[in-house]
Design a protein around this ligand. Structure first.
Ligand SMILES: Nc1ncnc2c1ncn2[C@@H]1O[C@H](COP(=O)(O)OP(=O)(O)O)[C@@H](O)[C@H]1O
Ligand SMILES: O=C(O)C1=C[C@@H](OP(=O)(O)O)[C@@H](O)[C@H](O)C1
Ligand SMILES: [Mg+2]
Length: 383
């Protein structure tokens, strides 16, 4: 099943802030996925905002992912400009999902559906990989909504969607006080419009909802090994060391292991033998770190190789994407002489954008500006 962040913010065209500015602000706050909802703006206004938001995200390491509400036409236009969005969310009256996926440039697009009654959530178009289920209760941001389904409807909807392999998203008048109940009822994510835009501190809202999800579904099992992945500067090495200490597990940093094995710094391997030689060392030395439970911090590029991903999964370790906005990570590591791939902003962002699809195959840890200490404590509150 598709992994989704715990809180899925949706733009609100009734607010004075432009849609592209809303998406930029939410991305900077730490949300990896935002839905672009342009109604009731006309097609031209929606297109200009969508293009601006997608271009902005592309220049910032592909962050945040953008899922377009309703508009297959605008999604198609964007794809033609080389700005294919992460996804397209289709309502019951929009283009059928399978037809949308056949549009040029849209294969690989994540398609979402809206479901409101059992007949809808029990038979979703198999071309979809996620679906909204709601409305949980009535909401001021959507006047034409269907009858609220409440917690029991949500439970039934989530079970039906999960049985079809779809990630269920609770929607409709939700606030942070609903989070634990919605996750317990089976939601993978909570979609929000009003709460997220009215909040003076959306990062704290995201943090609170992530903690609620961890309380219901901890990010790893007790005693299980953990592999931290994600971009350079996300904080994998720092968090990994601390997490291992708190869990009483050994800690391995793949870069340190490579340096110890080769007797030279990572930068010297890149300079002397090239990136290919470094990637071969990553793949050669990773399996030995997975033989007994441990916390393992990967380097920023190690999750790209399918063989490395397979060995982590086969070892039963929990892979976790430390999902820090690339612009924030760049601010920490730019031009660090020990990081050969953090010398040029454009190249750094292009790598992040190219790697994001592989990272998002795993559950995410969203730091939302918190310290590694806070992150470790929050991950362990489940126990
Ligand atoms: N949560 C955090 N908040 C602020 N700074 C952090 C955080 N995590 C890591 N850092 C700092 O960012 C830099 C990069 O961290 P590091 O652990 O080396 O990242 P990575 O291993 O993912 O490249 C270090 O200077 C570290 O102290
Ligand atoms: O992004 C990358 O490909 C790299 C990131 C580095 O690790 P950090 O993610 O710890 O910086 C290190 O493995 C090497 O310089 C290559
Ligand atoms: Mg590191």
């Amino acid at each position: 099943m598709l992994h989704l962040p715990p809180l899925y913010p949706i733009t609100d065209a009734s607010r004075p802030e432009s849609l592209s500015a809303q998406i930029r602000r939410l991305g900077e706050a730490g949300f990896p996925l935002v839905q672009f909802r342009g109604k009731p703006l006309d097609a031209k206004a929606q297109w200009l905002e969508l293009r601006a938001a997608l271009a902005d995200a592309a220049a910032n390491g592909g962050w945040p992912f953008i899922c377009v509400n309703d508009r297959a036409d605008l999604t198609l236009l964007a794809a033609r400009e080389g700005l294919a969005p992460w996804g397209l969310h289709l309502g019951q009256g929009d283009l059928p999902a399978a037809e949308a996926l056949r549009l040029p440039g849209l294969n690989g697009c994540h398609i979402g559906a809206s479901t409101h009654v059992p007949a809808e959530w029990e038979a979703v178009d198999p071309a979809c990989d996620h679906a909204g289920v709601g409305p949980f209760r009535g909401t001021a941001t959507k006047s034409d909504h269907a009858t609220p389904i409440g917690l029991e409807g949500l439970r039934a909807g989530c079970a039906a969607l999960r049985a079809q392999g779809l990630a269920p998203i609770a929607i409709g008048g939700l606030g942070p006080a609903d989070a634990k109940a919605c996750f317990e009822a089976g939601a993978e994510a909570l979609a929000m419009v009003g709460e997220v835009h009215q909040s003076t501190d959306p990062a704290s809202l995201g943090w609170e909802i992530q903690q609620a999800r961890w309380q219901i579904r901890p990010p790893f099992r007790r005693g299980q090994g953990i592999v931290l992945l994600g971009g350079s500067g996300a904080g994998k090495s720092t968090l990994g060391r601390l997490l291992a200490q708190r869990l009483g597990l050994p800690f391995h940093d793949l870069d340190d292991v490579i340096e110890a094995d080769q007797g030279v710094p990572v930068s010297a391997i890149f300079a002397g033998r090239g990136e290919g030689a470094f990637r071969s060392l990553e793949s050669a030395l990773l399996p030995a770190l997975l033989t007994t439970p441990a916390v393992v911090a990967l380097g920023g590029g190690a999750w790209e190789a399918p063989a490395n991903r397979e060995v982590v999964i086969a070892a039963g370790f929990a892979p976790l994407w430390l999902a820090e906005p690339p612009a924030r990570a760049w601010g920490r590591v730019s031009r660090d002489p020990r990081r050969p791939l953090a010398q040029d902003r454009g190249a750094f962002m292009a790598r992040c954008a190219a790697r994001a699809a592989a990272w998002s195959l795993t559950p995410a840890l969203l730091p939302f500006g918190r310290s590694p200490e806070d992150l470790v404590s929050a991950m362990m509150t489940a126990w």
